[in-house]
Ligand binder design. Structure first.
Ligand code: PLP
Length: 390
């Protein structure tokens, strides 16, 4: 299928019709698979014959999703997982062992920090956190036992943009892997493999579904590297449900249209906020004033749907804006057709110490909006209601 363009791949990859000749992708809601005889069972179990055995290992609907996602990323293979955290865990379990060292960018998803600090560390793996854009700091933290660099770009909630190529070069000069959490851009806005990333992880829960219905994730990359991830998933069990895989297959079909619309709405909102007298700062890489704008233009095919901004008046003002909305959902979730709004300092980043918040740039006056697909004029009106009150 690789001769086709992205929009064709998003709709046509992965579905091999069964003998029924179905037009839509079937959901194989089955935990296991049966064999004609004992010989076939033995051949499949011992790997002499390729085929499905048990849905914790492989399932035809999940395989369709994996093939389609890999095609969009220009990658050889994808392994689906039950959630985004399942994908990140599988990568850690596959490539790290006691005595290894990881360098991770500071502003990654909260549970990713928790995974490193509370769990992976129990197995004797050391982690350093570092400023996403400070290449000298990355360089100076490299040790002989550094096995992995882990980043999210653009970051959440401040939209800091990493130089993926530079970090991939640094990783490869020291025989380490570069892992990129590409949840915010999805493969239609950014394909990190083109810039040298070894592994990409996704929370499919966000834009890939796009309608807030299902949890899922995936790891994407080269075939051989992914074999280890597949081994972890099939043995330890963070596998994707076939029903969720079917939901995500539908999500991939409209992903490009949705991401373009999210990006367009976010750009309009960011420009409106930047001109608003009550707004002191806007974080959106689509704005020419954003420090990562040029890099984002080079690396991405769009700037995405997340816009954060600061107002004077600290927490009280931020909460007033949030509480004055009529339809925007107050929730920590993002990447949905429904716009969402949150106060990072007291929710997603609420567990950080005051010093850690300061270092991460999470101010009390910061508000994050995930721009949905409602009419942007209504979204702006819903936000201006609170801004007029402060
Ligand atoms: C949500 C999210 C995750 C975790 O995904 P789940 O599907 O919730 O497990 C990881 N990374 C990023 C950037 C996310 O937004």
């Amino acid at each position: 299928m690789s001769q086709y363009h992205l929009d064709t791949l998003a709709i046509r990859t992965g579905h091999e019709r069964t003998f029924e000749g179905e037009h839509g992708e079937p959901i194989f809601l089955t935990s296991s698979f049966v064999y004609k005889n004992a010989q076939e069972a033995a051949d499949k179990f011992q790997g002499r014959e390729v085929g499905n055995i048990y849905s914790r290992f492989t399932n035809p609907t999940v395989s369709m999703f994996e093939k389609r996602l890999a095609a969009l990323d220009g990658a050889e293979r994808a392994v689906a997982t039950g959630s985004g955290m399942g994908a990140i865990l599988a990568v850690m379990m596959a490539y790290l062992k006691a005595g290894d060292h990881v360098i991770c960018s500071r502003d990654v998803f909260g549970s990713t920090v928790g995974l490193f600090e509370r769990y992976i560390c129990k197995f004797g793996v050391e982690v350093d956190f570092v400023d996403l854009t400070d290449l000298n700091a990355w360089q100076s933290l490299i040790r002989p036992n550094t096995k992995m660099l882990f980043i999210e770009s653009p970051s959440n909630p401040l939209a800091v943009v990493a130089d993926i190529q530079a970090l991939a070069n640094l990783a490869h000069a020291h025989d380490a892997l570069l892992v990129v959490d590409n949840t915010f851009c999805t493969p239609v806005l950014q394909q990190p493999i083109k810039f040298g990333a070894d592994l990409i992880v996704y929370s499919a829960t966000k834009y890939i579904d796009g309608q807030g219905r299902a949890l899922g994730g995936a790891v994407v990359g080269k075939h051989d590297l992914l074999e280890d991830v597949f081994g972890v998933v099939r043995t330890l069990g963070p596998s994707m449900s076939p029903f969720n895989a079917w939901v995500f297959l539908k999500g991939l079909e409209t992903l490009r249209l949705r991401m373009n619309a999210h990006s367009q709405g976010a750009q309009q909102l960011a420009e409106w906020l930047e001109a608003h007298p009550k707004v002191t700062k806007v974080y959106y890489s689509g704005l020419p004033t954003h420090p990562g704008h040029e890099l984002a233009k080079k690396q991405q095919q769009g700037f995405g749907g997340i816009v954060s901004f600061e107002v004077e008046g600290e927490r009280e003002a931020a909460w007033k804006i949030i509480d004055s909305t009529q339809f925007i959902s107050i929730t920590g979730n993002l990447g949905d057709v429904k716009s969402t709004i949150s106060h990072p300092a007291t929710t997603t980043h609420g567990k950080l110490s005051p010093e850690a918040k300061e270092a991460a740039g999470i101010k009390e006056g910061l508000v994050r909006v995930s721009v949905g697909l409602e009419d942007i004029r209504d979204i702006i009106a819903d936000l201006s209601r609170g801004l007029d009150l402060i």
